[in-house]
Design a protein around this ligand. Structure first.
Ligand code: FES
Length: 109
């Protein structure tokens, strides 16, 4: 298991970007939190493949429910990564399985 972030470091509701190395490859992930629900997605927008964060590294969360890609405005549900509008054209974010144990978000190997 690779530790990604402490649960209390995640805004609630909100999302952060974490970078990890796994099996020699660099992985950029989005961790989202809404109450007890923590989800993770690959940080790659299905529209044109860009990472979702703004130039300052922050993710845009609207109405406490939607993650908005900074590139062209595609929006995704915070908990499921489903396309909720904009140029994602129905394509979701790619979900990554994570586990939360003792207040730490973990990525299985
Ligand atoms: S790359 Fe995300 S909306 Fe275009």
């Amino acid at each position: 298991m690779t530790p990604l972030a402490r649960l209390d470091a995640l805004p609630d509701p909100g999302a952060i970007v974490v970078e990890v190395e796994q099996d020699g490859a660099r992985l950029s992930l989005i961790l989202t939190r809404s109450g007890d629900r923590v989800s993770a997605f690959r940080n790659k927008c299905p529209h044109a493949g860009y990472p979702l964060q703004r130039a300052d590294g922050r993710l845009v969360v609207q109405e406490s429910r939607y993650l908005v890609c900074a590139a062209h405005g595609a929006s995704f549900t915070l908990t499921d990564g489903a396309c909720a509008g904009g140029p994602c054209n129905g394509d979701p974010l790619e979900r990554v399985f994570v586990d939360v144990r003792e207040g730490v978000v973990l990525l299985p190997r």
